[in-house]
Design a protein around this ligand. Structure first.
Ligand code: SAM
Length: 299
């Protein structure tokens, strides 16, 4: 079942990506063909590394992220992970948000989700609580997966948005589901130029996150088209490929793995109790609120 309005080209891309990641779950080692979707230990902050060391081996082995898009100070937040795969970041964030937080992982691939689901009970036992939900769905159509307007504090995504042939829809959906002041934090593969169609539709290059990656110009354009103004690249590192066949196919295009932080601005609606404008000290946490009965109040 694909989402409404998807054209034939995009459906074909989706099928290639889906079968690539289903095949991976059948491989014992579960390794991708290149080093693109990988995150060297120096790109993972120490507190995250420590939590990762407590995760089941299979989840670590079947992790295909290219960065560490996990912001600080998310205790109590509702976090949505787009393209959660086998759930590594979901379980890390589950511990960081704590019992009062909530984490939803969405992925279109049932084989990846089955691995994530398998460890739910074990992880609840380890953390001492369960605040995790996995949903099958498309990142272009979060509404069909039941994600309501303005219901999420933080959206994260690790090496997934590059796989979507309809990025405009993805960024529009993220905007819709985030609360005012909410934050999008994602790691993705970017190219140093517009990537040609034969790379964007090549099954191997797509699966390895090289096909479909945006240039920074394309990224800025799609963000502005979908309403985003406040976004920053917070880190960037050259992407290793380490596969001769793939290096030959992409030629002299250079790729980086970048982590981006974007903020959905607070609306100008006045505070419900003092009628002044809302202000948040930390965008995704309404920490500057001094009025416990009306979160968001700034008087
Ligand atoms: C490179 S893996 C990254 C997985 C995970 N974020 C991690 O760090 O291990 C890409 C994942 O995105 C999922 N995916 C790709 N396109 C998607 C889409 N349009 N909607 C939902 N999931 C998608 C794939 O099924 C796969 O699990």
């Amino acid at each position: 079942m694909w989402y409404k309005g998807m054209n034939d080209r995009n459906q074909e891309i989706r099928e290639k990506v889906k079968s690539y990641y289903s095949e991976l779950t059948k491989l014992k080692g579960g390794e991708l063909a290149s080093a693109v979707c990988s995150c060297a230990s120096d790109c993972i902050p120490e507190p995250v590394k420590k939590i990762v060391s407590e995760l089941p081996e299979e989840i670590i082995m079947r992790y295909y992220g290219c960065g560490s898009p996990i912001p600080d100070r998310i205790n109590g937040c509702t976090v949505l992970d787009l393209g959660c795969g086998t759930g590594r970041d979901v379980y890390v964030v589950s511990k960081l948000t704590g019992e009062s937080g909530r984490v939803i992982g969405i992925d279109m691939n049932e084989d990846q989700l089955a691995v994530a689901e398998k460890y739910k009970e074990e992880m609840a036992g380890k953390w001492g609580f369960s605040n995790v939900t996995f949903k099958k769905g498309f990142i272009e159509d979060l509404a069909s997966a039941g994600i309501e307007d303005a219901s999420v504090d933080v959206v994260i995504s690790n090496c997934v948005i590059n796989l979507s042939p309809d990025k405009e829809r993805v960024f529009s959906e993220i905007w819709r589901v985030l609360k005012d002041g909410g934050v999008l934090y994602f790691s993705d593969i970017f190219a140093d130029r517009k990537v040609p169609e034969e790379i964007n539709t090549h099954p191997l290059l797509l699966g390895e996150c090289l096909g479909g990656s945006m240039s920074h110009d394309e990224f800025r354009k799609v963000m502005r088209q979908t309403g985003w103004e406040d976004f920053t690249v917070v880190s960037s590192r050259e992407t290793p490929i380490n596969n001769e066949e793939i290096e030959k196919l992409v030629g002299d295009i250079r790729y980086t793995s970048d982590t981006v932080r974007a903020v959905k601005p607070v609306s100008n609606a006045p505070c419900v109790c003092c009628k002044s404008q809302k202000e948040y000290a930390i965008p995704y946490k309404q920490a500057s609120c001094c009025c416990e009965s009306s979160p968001g109040c700034c008087c």
